[in-house]
Design a protein around this ligand. Structure first.
Ligand SMILES: [Mg+2]
Length: 181
């Protein structure tokens, strides 16, 4: 069975908000945001992304609790792929360097996943797998089993709405373990 796992806000968390706080000198926490695009609070996004391009977001993030252990177990049972987008809508032409940051982080922190299992893409609906785990509902299209990983921007989606879309929710990696292992 093929399984796609998203990287940002699923395997890793907290990188973007840490950078945003460093840039602004603030102490925002994820629950302060309801929308996916945290950068929309910035008065000058262009200046922020100029600064952002010299940073490595993966030096600011942490691995989600229990993600490493559960993903290693999943990799033994499933035909596993990391499906991750690398394009920021504000700087689409300049995002090549993000590929390198993602690649290096995955090699270092998830050595049991081969680089040939990384899929860097934008529109995840084009990818057809048996199971998908992602924090955005749109990214779950084209999977037989759709698992929404809880994140700040999707907490408000009700169980009824998810049921209509044929989506299950997993609040953390221990929930994924229960569902898939
Ligand atoms: Mg994500």
């Amino acid at each position: 069975m093929t399984l796609m796992i998203d990287m940002d806000d699923v395997m890793v968390q907290g990188g973007f908000i840490a950078l945003l706080n460093e840039y602004m000198g603030t102490n925002y926490v994820e629950s302060d945001f309801k929308n996916f695009y945290m950068q929309d609070i910035l008065p000058d996004k262009e200046a922020f992304f100029k600064w952002f391009k010299d940073k490595n977001i993966y030096e600011y993030c942490h691995i989600a609790p229990n993600a490493k252990e559960v993903i290693e177990e999943l990799s033994k049972k499933y035909d596993l792929y990391i499906g991750t987008s690398y394009i920021y809508r504000e700087i689409p032409e300049e995002c090549g360097y993000i590929l390198k940051q993602k690649h290096e982080f995955l090699v270092k922190e998830f050595p049991f996943i081969k680089p040939s299992q990384y899929i860097f893409l934008s529109n995840k609906a084009l990818l057809q797998t048996d199971i998908k785990i992602d924090d955005r509902t749109d990214n779950l299209k084209n999977a037989k089993r759709k698992i929404l990983f809880t994140a700040y921007h999707n907490e408000a989606i009700s169980d009824e709405e998810l049921e209509k879309m044929g989506i299950e929710r997993a609040k953390d990696w221990l929930a994924i373990k229960e569902m898939l292992l």
